[in-house]
Each structure stands twice: as C-alpha cells, then as structure tokens.
Design a protein around this ligand. Structure first.
Ligand SMILES: Nc1nc2c(c(=O)[nH]1)N[C@H]1C(S)=C(S)[C@@H](COP(=O)(O)OP(=O)(O)OC[C@H]3O[C@@H](n4cnc5c(=O)[nH]c(N)nc54)[C@H](O)[C@@H]3O)O[C@H]1N2
Ligand SMILES: Nc1nc2c(c(=O)[nH]1)N[C@H]1C(S)=C(S)[C@@H](COP(=O)(O)OP(=O)(O)OC[C@H]3O[C@@H](n4cnc5c(=O)[nH]c(N)nc54)[C@H](O)[C@@H]3O)O[C@H]1N2
Ligand SMILES: [Mo]
Length: 759
C-alpha cells in the first residue's frame, strides 16, 4: 500500500518483528511505570522454576529454562503490575464516578494499583474507603438476601490461579448456582465445544517438543509477535530447520513474515532477521471455512488421506467427504478470497508433510458458527492422521495465562454430571445441576432484571463484552456489583445500587497467609501445571490474595459451614490443592508434591495419545454446520456491506491499554483508526486520512450501533474487509451476533457500512 505518512501517527514499519525495537520498548515500559529497579528484578523471575508465572500469555516454557526468556509484552505486563503508582481511596475519590467515566481506559488503569477496599457512596457519587470487614460483610448480606441463587452471576477472568478459581466455583455452587460467565465465553469457548465433541478433550493435543518434529506448521488467525511473543522463538526454530510455515491471515502480520530474535547476538548485531512464513495467504475475514473446505475437497478427491488412521480411529468420514465433494469452487474462491491455485498449493504442502501442527487463535473462534469452524481444522488434521503422534496435532493459542486452568478446576457454566458427582462426593452437598449463564446470557439476564448481583474475579466484564448500548445500562440495573481487581477499570464505574471494589495481590507479589508463604499454580496452553510464587512486596499492606478474598466471602455466606473450612483453606493453599486432587484424582494425583518439581507436570491429554474419550470411542469427523444457513455469509450478499474484524494492538492486554502505539502496524499515538483497502475507500468516495463513520449493517432490534469520526488508514487487506482495534469497535456488534453453540461473540466478523463522517 502506498502509505507515505500522510496520516498523523501512521507510517509504515519496515523492520522485522522483535529486534532492537522490542528491547527499547521494554526499557520504555519499565521507565514509564517507574518500575525500573523492582520491576527489572521481577522480570528476571518471570517463568523461572522458583519465580512467578508471567501474567501475560499462556504459551508454555521450555522445560529446562535457566536464562530469562525474553518477551517484550511479558515485560509490559509485569511493569504494569509492578508500577509505583497507587490508586488510593483519596486519589480515586477525588473525582465523582460520573467524572471518571470520561477518562480513557488507559488513564483509569494508569491511576495505579488499588490499595484498599472501596465502597460506592450514592450521596457523593464517589468511591470511598471501606474496611475489609465492612465490605465482605455487606456483600455476604446482599447475596444472602437474594430470592434465588441464580440471581447472582460469578464472572471469572483467566488470570486467577487454579486455587482461586477452584474456590470461586465452590463458592458459587455452594451458594446454589452454575452462573459462571467466564472470559472463555468471549475467547476459546468454540475450542472447548468443538474439540470436546470430536476428540473428547477441549484442549490442544501438542506439546512444545512436538514443534521440534513437525515438518509443517499451519497458522490460522493468530498474531504471535504481539499476543504470544515467546512462541516466536519456537516458530523461528521451526523456520530455521526448514519446516514449512503456512499462514492464513487477512492482515500481513509482521511477526509472521520475519522476526529478529533479541536473544540472538548475531541477528541483533547485523540487524538481520529470520523469515517465518514460507507461504502467506491473505484470505478474506471469515474466509477460513472456505479455505478448509477447499483443502479437504482436494485431499479427498486425490485420495491423499491416511486411510488406515481413518479406518482405525475415526467415525463420520463419509459424511464429511460428501460435504466437501458437494462444495463448489465458486463459493470456495468467493468466500475465501483466494484462488483455487493458492488453495491447491497449500494443500500440496499439507499432503507431503509427514507431521503437521495446526495453530489457531481468535481469527477463528470469534465468528458465528465458530464451534463448527474449529471442527474443520480438526477434520483437516484427521484426514492426514496428524493427531496423536510426534510433531502433529492441534494447537489452540489460549488467551489469559490461566484461562485453561480455571476451566480444568471447574469454572464452567455447564458442569458435566461427572464434575457434579465428584464435588458431591468430596463435599457432601448436592451442587446445582441446571446449566448457568455464559457472558452473553448473563448480560441478557441483567437486561431482563432477573440477574441482581455480579461478582467479578478480575477482568473488565463490560468493556470486553460486545454491545455497550445494551451491556452498560444492564450492569447499572443490578443491586450489587463486586469487583476483585488490581486496577480501576470501566466495569467498576458501572456500579449497581451498591458496589464494592476489593483490591487483590498480583502474581508478582509475595503472598503470606496463616500457614506461611504461599505458592499458587497455573496451567498453560499445553496442559502443563506448575507453581507460581510472587517475590515483590505487595503494593499495599491492605491487599489480600484472591483465594483469601473468595474464602472470606464463603465464610461470610456460610458461617460455621460444616462442609467447607473456608478460613482454614485460605490459610494454607496446600489444603486447597488437596481438595482439587480429591475432586480430580485422575489429573491432579500427588498435586502438592508434583508442583515442587521444577517445570511441574502435564495433565492427561488423551487425544495426544490417540485415546478418544468421546461417546463413540473414536475421533469424530464433523461436517460444517452453519448457525443460520440463510445468512452464513456475514455480508448477506450485500456488496455495500463490509466485514470488520477486531485486533489487539502491540501495546495492550485485552482491555488494558498500556499505550497508544502499534509498532508493527505502523500506528503511533492513536487507536481511533479503521484499516481499509484503498479501493474500498475509493468506492465510497473516501481516501486515506478522512474521517469516517461506521454503522452496524444488520441491527435486528432497531437499536442504532455506530462508531463516529474514526480515521481511515489504507492497509494491505482483501477487498470487502476492515479492521479496527478492540475494544473501541465493540459498539458495532449486537449481543445477538454470536456463535450459537459456544455463545462466543462474532468479534471478528461485524457487518458494517462505512461512509464519510458527518461534519
Ligand atoms: N500482549 C498481549 N498478549 C495477549 C493478549 C493481549 O491483548 N496482549 N490477549 C490474550 C488473550 S485473552 C488472547 S485470547 C490471545 C489472543 O491472541 P490472538 O488470537 O493472536 O488475538 P487477536 O489480536 O485478536 O488476533 C487475531 C489475528 O487473527 C487475524 N484475523 C482476524 N480475522 C480473521 C479471520 O477471519 N480469519 C483469519 N484466519 N484470521 C483473522 C488478525 O489479523 C490477527 O492477526 O492473546 C493473549 N495474549
Ligand atoms: N472486539 C473484541 N472484543 C473482545 C475480544 C476481541 O478480540 N475483540 N477478545 C475477547 C477475549 S479473547 C477476552 S479473553 C476478553 C477479555 O476480558 P477480561 O478478561 O474480562 O478483560 P481484561 O482486559 O483481561 O481485564 C483487565 C482487568 O483485570 C484486572 N486484573 C489484572 N490483573 C489481575 C489479577 O491478577 N487479579 C485480578 N483479580 N484482577 C486483575 C484489572 O483490574 C484489569 O483492569 O475480551 C474479549 N473481547
Ligand atoms: Mo482471550
């Protein structure tokens, strides 16, 4: 694209990902948060056997890690948590909540670490200091006064440890509800749904070592240079030893093109880099289903399938084969935006590879019908028998650093009968069986007035969710909102009639309880469980750990509980782990001893060993099923409608905005941009640099959803596609636009119309 720096803050970035820019950014992040000395020391302990688990992504660590694993965005996460700034009651209370509302998401969090419990005071419209006893007592009182336990929603974001998450689900179920809306519902839920049906386990099947044995890596819809930077070391090794890396992404993501390792003195000194992708296909947003169908069609037609594996290990092949045989190339090419020859080329690489790993992220999971789309990735692997042998398998790139672990230990709105039975066996009470709410369903319950209370274990519920025109007022209808958090964010400002903010320790901080200094545990993307131990002095003496806070809520709700010794558990996390082991004996046997081994242990991954824990006892091919066949194309055949996808910048962690730069995409100091193909701009009488308005193309409820006055930036994108940053673009997505089976919002395919901004 011809970007000549005509737009303020936009200039093409020509370098590789990583390199000196990454080193500079780390120094900048630490200095900016005045976290230099302590944060710098803290960094050296990230992902070390006796240190803390990096609060960034869920990519695993190499087994025998001894030197610091460099990661720019991990450093930003640590600096953000170890900041020297403090959001004291005085600071937060200087302004009214209505005044704080006008602050940016960045500025709210940049107030610094919360230091004391806060209570919303209606009379002054301010958050004011509250004591722990007062806050916990009142929360228990309001919850106890609800007329039904299902009036409460217990939201969890995936940063909480296994110990905190386990207690949280125990609290909700003891209280009597399965309302556990979870950040997974906005993230990898299609993986949990799709893979569980097909393979029996809703998790990835590969280990880090498998990457040493793969001869092809297929990458769909993830941006590791920004979101899983430690994965770049792995991809670089693969590329250097000649493995094919085949990328499907509408954007040319720099890290998937070329990468300079900050840990390689030669690359750094010579300013050289390593090419990552051997083939890069810029498919249309939402075009993955067509690409996968095309690839499978070619493989089946040519008989390039692993017949022996299919016969011995799978069911459903003939249905899938019939579906792909019936697909026509017009649809495949139009929907994918790729030529048949390109798809054939990728298929040939797949067919000649002996061991294929398939990686994917939010570019796949955040669409309508995403659960079924994820299943097409698995189908492709199964055709070649690329499952459960060295160097092959499925690799979902998980989000939050412990989002997978929270699910493992029971944070789920749809508990299996087995989980309920195990909880009853261990605790002696009958947990509720009725399924609870996903995030979207929780919002609908708030809108309907049937939900009365929301308790959040971390996260930024309202901003992460779609459709603020519905979501924001919904939260304000509640009787009670409670946020266990490290920093102030917009969700806290959407207070119910009563509202409390309970400040907690972060991963980097020392956690001392009655039983002494504590460790917690987390599970990474590849099912490795290991300990995490903070080493910094807490940001304030009033902070409490997440397990402690959840346990005190339990104690307040069930004083003298004869089933659960809430306070005893908070004093000694070995005891919490003992209970996790009792509930999940298969995976967590000898839990407390095994986490003391550096590197931890791996939970059972039967699909990685060709053991299929499905109803059929086999791996299931699942043909593609559209949520709504009539509108499977998000643009619904209207050429005026563009499909907008949403992205994370290089300077954010979900709703946490560290800064306004997006280095690899050449954007500096701003986020109010819409990336578009120049011809799509021209076709609307627009040009780069102009102000544009976007409006949701299909508002079925008459609600107007729009985004005004964003600046158009030309980008090398397929025609008909747009991209913008998350969460700025969330007002364009109706709550109803979600994958039917998993509830995951279609954040990556928002149908919109674009026009010149009204003056
Ligand atoms: N530094 C940092 N690290 C993070 C996070 C963060 O915000 N910052 N977030 C964490 C979390 S919770 C998660 S879930 C992960 C997210 O990690 P990713 O899955 O990498 O997240 P996104 O930025 O949403 O990137 C999606 C990618 O999909 C591409 N894409 C968009 N639409 C489509 C499509 O229709 N098809 C295909 N094939 N590709 C598409 C985009 O161009 C982009 O490259 O990262 C985790 N790690
Ligand atoms: N348009 C669009 N929307 C999206 C996405 C997208 O790609 N596009 N991605 C979706 C995805 S994948 C996800 S996972 C969700 C993210 O949704 P969430 O997980 O709810 O959001 P985060 O931004 O990660 O939460 C940030 C807040 O967590 C709190 N926090 C940070 N560390 C800790 C801690 O150690 N303990 C506690 N208790 N609190 C802490 C801080 O107060 C901070 O403000 O957003 C979703 N929304
Ligand atoms: Mo996520």
């Amino acid at each position: 694209m011809s970007r000549k720096g005509r737009v303020k803050g936009v200039r093409p970035y020509d370098g590789p990902a990583g390199g000196w820019g990454a080193l500079k950014a780390v120094a900048g992040a630490l200095a900016d948060q005045e976290a230099v000395t302590e944060g710098g020391t803290a960094l050296l302990s990230a992902n070390q056997p006796d240190g803390f688990d990096c609060p960034g992504c869920a990519w695993p660590d190499p087994k025998h890690t001894s030197s610091f694993e460099f990661c720019e965005n991990g450093a930003k996460a640590v600096a953000w948590e170890t900041t020297s700034r403090r959001a004291t009651p005085e600071k937060v209370g200087e302004l009214t909540v209505s005044q704080l509302w006008n602050w940016s998401d960045h500025d709210l969090e940049d107030l610094g670490r919360l230091t004391e419990p806060l209570r919303y005071d209606v009379a002054s419209d301010r958050y004011v200091r509250a004591g722990w006893d007062e806050a916990l007592g009142r929360v228990a009182e309001v919850l106890s006064g609800l007329s039904h336990p299902d009036q409460a929603e217990f939201y969890a974001s995936g940063r909480a440890s296994n110990e905190a998450a386990f207690l949280f689900q125990l609290l909700g179920r003891r209280f009597g509800t399965n309302n556990f809306p979870d950040c997974s519902n906005m993230c990898h839920e299609p993986t949990s749904v799709g893979l569980t049906e097909q393979l029996g386990l809703g998790k990835g099947s590969v280990t880090l070592e498998d990457f040493d044995h793969a001869d092809a890596i297929f990458s769909f819809g993830h941006n590791p240079g920004t979101n899983h930077p430690r994965m770049m070391a792995t991809l670089r090794d693969c590329a250097r030893r000649g493995a094919a890396i085949v990328v499907f992404n509408p954007l040319k993501e720099r890290s998937l093109e070329r990468f300079a390792s900050p840990q390689d003195p030669v690359e750094m000194a010579t300013m050289s880099s390593t090419d990552i992708a051997s083939r890069y296909y810029q498919l249309k947003v939402g075009g993955d289903v067509a690409v996968l169908t095309g690839m499978m069609k070619l493989l089946v037609e040519a008989g390039q399938v692993d017949r022996d594996f299919i016969d011995r290990h799978t069911t459903g092949f003939s249905d899938l084969a019939a579906q792909v045989a019936a697909a026509d190339w017009d649809w495949i090419e139009t929907r994918s935006g790729l030529a048949r020859a390109d798809i054939a080329e990728a298929t040939a690489i797949f067919a000649r590879s002996k061991a294929v790993i398939l990686c994917y992220g939010m570019g796949v999971t955040q669409h309508r019908s995403a659960s079924s789309l994820v299943q097409q990735l698995v189908n492709l692997l199964l055709l070649g028998g690329h499952m459960g042998r060295p160097g092959a398998g499925i690799c979902p790139l998980r989000g939050h650093s412990n989002v997978q672990g929270a699910r493992t230990v029971g944070v789920t709105e749809k508990p299996s009968p087995g989980l309920l039975a195990d909880l009853e066996r261990v605790f002696g009470f009958a947990p509720p069986a009725a399924h609870g709410h996903t995030v979207s369903e929780a919002i609908e319950a708030m809108m309907a007035g049937t939900a009365r209370a929301l308790v959040c274990l971390g996260g930024n519920f309202a901003v992460a969710a779609p459709d603020p025109v519905l979501t924001f007022p919904a939260l304000k209808r509640l009787d009670l909102t409670v946020n266990i958090a490290t920093k102030l964010n917009r969700t806290h400002l959407l207070h119910g009639r009563e509202s409390y903010i309970l400040p907690c320790l972060g991963r980097t901080e020392i956690d001392v309880q009655a039983g002494g200094r504590q460790s917690v545990t987390v599970e990474d993307s590849m099912s490795m469980v290991h300990a995490s131990r903070g080493l910094k002095a807490p940001a304030s003496e009033h902070l409490r750990s997440e397990p402690w806070i959840v346990a005190q809520l339990g104690h307040g709700l069930f004083p003298g509980d004869d089933r659960i010794d809430w306070q005893g558990l908070a004093g000694d996390y070995d005891r919490i782990r003992g209970l996790i082991e009792a509930v999940f004996p298969q995976g967590f046997a000898d839990y407390n001893n095994r986490i003391r081994t550096p590197g931890g242990f791996r939970l059972p991954v039967p699909s990685g060993e060709r053991v299929w824990t499905t109803a059929s006892g086999r791996a299931d091919f699942r043909p593609y099923v559209s949520d709504d066949a009539a509108i499977d194309d998000p643009a619904r055949g209207d050429p005026e409608v563009l499909i907008l996808t949403t992205l994370r910048s290089h300077d954010q962690y979900n709703t946490t905005i560290y800064g306004l730069n997006d280095r690899y995409r050449g954007v500096k100091g701003r986020r109010d941009v819409i990336f578009a193909h120049p011809d799509d701009l021209a076709a609307r009488g627009l040009a780069e640099g102009m102000q544009v308005d976007l409006v949701c193309a299909f508002d079925e409820d008459g609600q107007v959803r729009q985004l005004k006055g964003f600046t158009a930036v030309a980008m090398d994108l397929p025609r008909g596609c747009l991209a913008a940053y998350y969460p700025e673009a969330n007002p364009l997505l109706p709550l109803s636009q979600r994958d039917r089976r998993s509830g995951t919002p279609a954040y990556k395919s928002m149908p919109v119309r674009m026009s010149r901004a009204e003056a």
